[in-house]
Ligand binder design. Structure first.
Ligand SMILES: O=c1ccn([C@@H]2O[C@H](COP(=O)(O)OP(=O)(O)O[C@H]3O[C@H](CO)[C@@H](O)[C@H](O)[C@H]3O)[C@@H](O)[C@H]2O)c(=O)[nH]1
Ligand SMILES: [Mn+2]
Length: 742
């Protein structure tokens, strides 16, 4: 027993869980609200039957509303999967040492992905890597692998510098017991007021490294003055003339070797390995999933640690004890047999006070995973996730072995990582034809076929019978960037939507394939996500149809005096109220909730809609999709406006056209309704609901009116967009007028 690191005597608990108290209320509400949905559908059926005999126009209008409501109902029901069994877990890392000896801690291979030195500045990637190398975990058990899909010598240069800095930084962090072990964050924060000569010295070293690396990145090449000696020069010899980001041989460089390299206080340094897999234009590289699979193989050949952490290059460690929390789960024998991963939430730094773009995405990153934790576990979120390597090779009871024994999860590496055999094999498995005729991406490793490789891979693992765990300590384990420019946020969201459609319309879709392998609610959650972009259907219909009807004095909602009126009120307040309570219970302010619901509406009118159209075009063979990396660089003026909570438009993006049209049409319909109320027309009773709707949308659109009419900075709405949107709104209203008055 001792030799396996576990002691037989009654061990103290490492983790527990309890159901959330609100579960019973959630379930009751599900029943009540579902009854209300059924009542609504009954009303729709009644109206449709009635109008089918009167006029084609009102029949079509009611049909459109029925379609919108069917989608709303479907999405609402799907979201209940997250509410039936939410649980809260707790782990006790302080008990760990009583259960397992430090020398028996498993090895940890950390994967960091980067793809573009200009959108993801190497200094930031380096800071992330340093924060992870400095984990409070035996350094001789850590290997950090950096995947560079940008194939950039600049990034490798930054890492050769970081390796030198690491031998000072790691002991400094441990001695001073620093929590923020990303040097970028540590030196930028105001917490390090405790001045000392040591602090000054290390800060200067950091500044020097930063200046050097940034200078090299600005120049775009590594000039001779920065090359210290011949071995250093050798490192960059692979960057020959024909070397481009999309066409180059594999580059694998062991920057730090834990068996030899020591820090200034004499401790081991972790392994640090730079990997840029081979690329050529003829072989598909499957974006991030492809990069992660290359890392899975290269790391198997070199270290083959049983635990693998996947990390985006902007997500630095904010808590050095995170791996100990993970061990609380992964050293539990019961969990070892059927759990694939421990997922941490994605959390972000640098959000403005009210989070105007709803970047914290509370549902996706926190509330929903807590809900799934009581079922089979959270979906994989792409970063901040500790996997058991075994999970990439078939289900818990059916191992699908890799094509060569050196990649087997149980294989023991005996040779040093710099030995020629190891390096040769590592280069071979990072080759772009290596995966041909193998199961990589289809049965082994991260799965191909979707731009949301995280959602899709997690889904397939759950289908194979794996379970997962959500771990969300109070102090964020990781913090990262997310877009502070509206158009970047919308493009990122569009990419996710296309990825989700790729899954929805694939052979392995949750709707049909998933139901065979998972419990009803677990699968329902995956179904709900895959339909995420279809929110654009009800949102767009509700943004235009009732408003155009109002402008033409046509009543499509129940009047205040009808009992059905209350059904509408209940359905709206129920859904919004539930969402609001979720936010408040999680400690958010009203404004943050308001902004989150606004972004949901904006997404429905922009990226969800464009993704749907683009996906259709692709299905017809008219366009193709790529993974556009989100930029993590910010311009000062834009950052300033973001800090003030001002919306950033600025560029004439097609996204802004429907958005501006919604703003215009809702404003006009609201004003028209107001006039009717004042004049006292004949449809006053029926005015309440459509006016409440357009009034609500107008409130949501306030930043848009401001950007059109009141602002003069570079982030205002481009005139071109306003002109096009005005023209299209006029055209739409005229068309509606002709249809309503034929
Ligand atoms: O061809 C590629 C493209 C991207 N990346 C890396 O993938 C990560 C995520 O890319 P980013 O542009 O930051 O995308 P986001 O939309 O912000 O990422 C979210 O969505 C992705 C797709 O669902 C997930 O993989 C991420 O973990 C999740 O944070 C970054 O580290 C990139 O360097 C690659 O390695 N190769
Ligand atoms: Mn990102």
């Amino acid at each position: 027993m001792e030799s396996r690191g576990l002691r037989a005597v009654a061990a103290p608990p490492l983790h527990t869980f309890e159901p959330l108290r609100r579960t019973a209320l959630n379930r009751i509400f599900i029943v009540v609200y579902t009854s209300a949905i059924i009542a609504l559908l009954y009303r729709h059926a009644q109206t449709l039957l009635h109008h089918s005999t009167t006029s084609l126009l009102s029949f079509s209008l009611n049909l459109l509303l029925l379609i919108a409501d069917l989608f709303l109902a479907f999405m609402w029901i799907g979201a209940q999967a997250f509410r039936v069994r939410p649980i809260r877990r707790k782990e006790f890392p302080e008990n760990l040492k009583k259960v397992i000896n430090e020398e028996d801690f498993p090895g940890l291979d950390v994967f960091i992905c980067t793809a573009d030195p200009y959108k993801e500045p190497p200094m930031n990637v380096v800071s992330t890597a340093l924060s992870l190398m400095a984990y409070d975990y035996p350094p001789e058990k850590i290997s950090v692998y950096v995947s560079d899909d940008g194939g950039s010598a600049l990034t490798l240069f930054a890492f050769t510098e970081a390796a030198k800095f690491a031998s000072y930084w790691l002991p400094f962090c441990r001695e001073q017991n620093i929590m923020e072990r990303s040097p970028k964050v540590y030196f930028a924060s105001n917490n390090n007021l405790s001045w000392s000569p040591e602090f000054e010295k290390i800060k200067r070293m950091y500044e020097d490294m930063k200046e050097k690396v940034e200078h090299v990145v600005d120049k775009g090449e590594i000039s001779d003055e920065y090359i210290i000696d011949n071995p250093h020069r050798q490192v960059f010899k692979k960057w020959t003339k024909g070397f481009t980001p999309t066409d180059h041989p594999a580059v694998i460089q062991v920057v730090l070797d834990r068996s030899k390299d020591r820090d200034v206080s004499g401790n081991h340094l972790p392994n640090l390995i730079y990997v840029s897999r081979q690329k050529n234009k003829a072989s598909p590289h499957h974006f991030k999933a492809g990069a992660l699979n290359a890392l899975l193989r290269v790391s198997a050949v070199m270290t083959n640690a049983p635990i693998v952490l996947t990390q985006d290059c902007d997500m630095y460690s904010n808590d050095p004890k995170t791996p100990l929390r993970v061990l609380c789960y992964l050293s539990d024998p019961e969990i070892q047999s059927n759990f694939a991963y421990v997922q941490f939430p994605q959390r972000f730094h640098g959000k403005n006070k009210d989070d105007i773009y709803g970047g914290e995405s509370k549902h996706v990153f926190k509330i929903n995973p807590i809900g799934l934790d009581g079922l089979n576990g959270p979906n994989y979120l792409g970063t901040g996730c500790f996997f058991r390597r075994r999970a990439f090779f078939g289900g818990p009871s059916t191992l699908i072995p890799p094509e060569i024994p050196q990649l087997h999860p149980n294989h023991v590496v005996n040779n040093p990582i710099k030995s020629p055999e190891i390096l040769a094999l590592a280069h071979q498995v990072a080759g772009c034809n290596y995966e041909n005729q193998t199961k990589w991406g289809y049965q082994n490793g991260f799965r191909y076929g979707s731009l949301v490789e995280d959602y899709y891979s997690g889904f397939r693992l759950h289908c194979e019978g794996w379970k997962s765990i959500f771990c969300h300590p109070e102090r964020a384990a990781f913090l990262g960037d997310n877009p502070i420019i509206l158009v970047d946020m919308l493009s990122q969201c569009k990419r996710w939507c296309i990825g989700l459609y790729e899954v929805l319309f694939s052979k392995h879709n949750p709707l049909i394939f998933g139901t065979r392998y998972m419990g009803f609610f677990m699968n329902l959650a995956y179904v709900n996500y895959s339909f995420w972009p279809t929110w654009c259907i009800p949102i767009t219909l509700y943004s235009f149809i009732p408003q155009l009807a109002l402008l033409n004095n046509v009543s499509i909602f129940p009047e205040i005096s009808e009992p059905w009126f209350f059904l509408y009120v209940f359905l709206v307040l129920g859904a919004y109220g539930q969402d609001f309570i979720d936010y408040v219970l999680d400690g958010s302010s009203f404004k943050r909730w308001w902004n989150a619901q606004r972004i949901w509406m904006i997404r429905g009118q922009t990226c969800f809609l464009f993704a749907t159209v683009e996906y259709l075009l692709k299905s017809l063979g008219i366009s193709t999709h790529g993974f556009t990396v989100t930029s993590k660089v910010q311009d000062d003026e834009q950052s300033k406006r973001y800090g003030q909570g001002t919306f950033e438009f600025g560029v004439a993006s097609p996204f802004f056209v429907p958005l501006t049209m919604v703003a215009i049409i809702n404003l006009f319909s609201f004003l028209y309704g107001l006039k009717q109320v004042l004049v006292g027309g004949n449809m006053e009773e029926g005015l309440f609901l459509p006016m409440a709707l357009s009034g609500f949308i107008v409130l949501n659109c306030l930043p848009i009116y401001e950007a059109i009419a009141l602002r003069n900075d570079k982030g205002k709405m481009p005139t071109q967009v306003t002109v096009i949107a005005t023209f299209l709104s006029a055209a739409l209203s005229t068309a509606a007028y002709l249809i309503f008055n034929q």
